[in-house]
Design a protein. Structure first.
Length: 342
C-alpha cells in the first residue's frame, strides 16, 4: 500500500508538504498542489480522510434534512447545496424526515455526536428545543433553506412569500377574475400563512369579498390538488381561477378539470407556484411563480460556510421571484369579468 513517503519521493517534496497539499490545498502553490496530486494518483495513494477529520474535529459532512424526499422542489434546492458543498470539500448526508419528529430529531443528533459539522434544514417544522439552548441562543450551526421561523433567530434563505402570492392574484384580477380560489399548504407553516395573507390582502384592496370555501389547505401534492380541485369545481358558484401554492397541486387541478370537461384556460385559469421543469411540459403549459430553487440551495450553503468559518452570517436572505405567464391563464368570459375603474 502506498504511503505519504512514496508520494513525497515521486513529487520531490517533503512529507509535510504532501500532507499540507492534500489536507489544506489552499496553503500551497497551485504548482506544488498539482505535482503532489499527480504523484499521489500515480502511486495509488489515498489519504485517510476520516483520520484527518478526527484530528481537526470536523467531519466535512453536512446534514441536509428534507421534510419529503419525493418533492422535486427539494431535490432542486439540494442540487444547489451540493454544487457549493463540493467546491469547498464537503459531503452531504441527505435525510428524509418524512414529516415525523422522531426522524427529524435523529438527524439533529448527528451534530451532537460530531458526525456532521452543521445542518441545512429545508423545513421550519423543527421544535425550538432542538435549536435553542436554555439561554435562548442557537446551539448548533444551522441554516433554514426555503422556509423560515417566525420566532427563532436562525439564518434563513427564502423568497418574499407574501409579495409573490399577491403578484399572482393581482395578475388574475387585472384580467377581470374575481372568483379566485386558493389551494395552499397548512397555515401553521409561516410561508403558507404569508401566501394566504398576501392573497387575501390583494383581494381586499380590489374590494373583492372573501369566500371561506375558496381557500383550502392540503399537503400540496398532485392528488391533493386533484381532490380539492374537484371540490372547488363542484361548487354551485365555482371559481373562474384557482391559484395553487405548488406546481404539483396545480397539475392535479388541470387533470380534474379535463375529466370534468372544463376547458383551461377559457373556462378556468390555473396558476402554480415554484416553476418546476414539469410546469413547462404539461398541457396546457402552466402559468406559475418562479422560485430560484438552486440559488436558494447555494445561498443557504454559503451562509452555513460563513458560520463554520467563524464569520457572522447574514441573518436573512430574501431572493426574488418571477411570474411566468404560459398557457393556463387568460381573461374570463366578458360577462364574468370584474369591472375595474383604473
Amino acid at each position: 500500500m502506498a504511503t505519504v513517503k512514496d508520494v513525497a519521493k515521486l513529487a520531490g517534496v517533503s512529507t509535510a508538504t504532501v500532507s499540507r497539499a492534500l489536507a489544506n490545498p489552499e496553503v500551497v502553490s497551485p504548482t506544488t498542489r498539482k505535482k503532489v496530486e499527480k504523484a499521489a494518483s500515480e502511486v495509488g495513494y489515498s489519504p485517510n480522510g476520516l483520520a484527518r477529520s478526527l484530528r481537526k474535529s470536523e467531519s466535512k459532512t453536512i446534514a441536509v434534512v428534507l421534510p419529503n424526499i419525493d418533492s422535486t422542489f427539494f431535490s432542486d434546492v439540494v442540487h444547489g447545496i451540493e454544487a457549493l458543498a463540493h467546491k469547498y470539500g464537503y459531503k452531504l448526508l441527505i435525510g428524509d424526515a418524512g414529516n415525523e419528529s422522531s426522524r427529524l430529531r435523529s438527524y439533529f443528533e448527528l451534530f451532537e455526536s460530531k458526525q456532521v459539522d452543521g445542518i441545512l434544514s429545508l423545513s421550519s417544522d423543527v421544535p425550538a428545543s432542538m435549536i435553542i439552548n436554555s439561554a435562548g441562543e442557537v446551539k448548533l450551526p444551522i441554516v433554514i433553506a426555503g422556509e423560515y421561523f417566525s420566532d427563532i433567530p436562525v439564518p434563513t434563505v427564502h423568497i418574499d412569500n407574501h409579495y409573490s402570492a399577491r403578484k399572482g392574484v393581482e395578475y388574475l384580477i387585472m384580467m377581470g377574475h374575481y372568483k379566485i380560489a386558493c389551494i395552499t399548504g397548512k397555515r401553521s407553516n409561516p410561508i403558507y400563512n404569508a401566501r394566504v395573507n398576501g392573497h387575501n390582502e390583494i383581494m381586499k384592496k380590489w374590494k373583492i369579498p372573501p369566500a371561506d370555501d375558496y381557500i383550502l389547505e392540503c399537503d400540496l401534492s398532485y392528488i391533493a390538488g386533484y381532490n380539492l380541485g374537484k371540490q372547488l369545481l363542484s361548487l354551485t358558484n365555482k371559481p373562474s381561477a384557482i391559484v395553487c401554492h405548488s406546481d404539483e397541486a396545480a397539475i392535479g387541478v388541470l387533470k380534474i378539470a379535463r375529466e370534468m370537461n372544463i376547458t383551461v384556460p377559457n373556462e378556468l385559469s390555473v396558476i402554480g407556484f415554484d416553476n418546476l421543469a414539469l410546469s413547462e411540459y404539461c398541457v396546457p403549459e402552466l402559468t406559475t411563480i418562479h422560485q430560484p430553487r438552486r440559488l436558494i440551495g447555494e445561498t443557504s450553503m454559503k451562509l452555513l460556510l460563513d458560520i463554520l468559518e467563524g464569520r457572522k452570517p447574514n441573518p436573512e436572505m430574501t431572493l426574488p421571484t418571477q411570474l411566468i405567464v404560459r398557457e393556463s391563464s387568460c381573461p374570463p368570459p366578458v360577462e364574468q369579468r370584474l369591472k375595474i375603474d383604473l
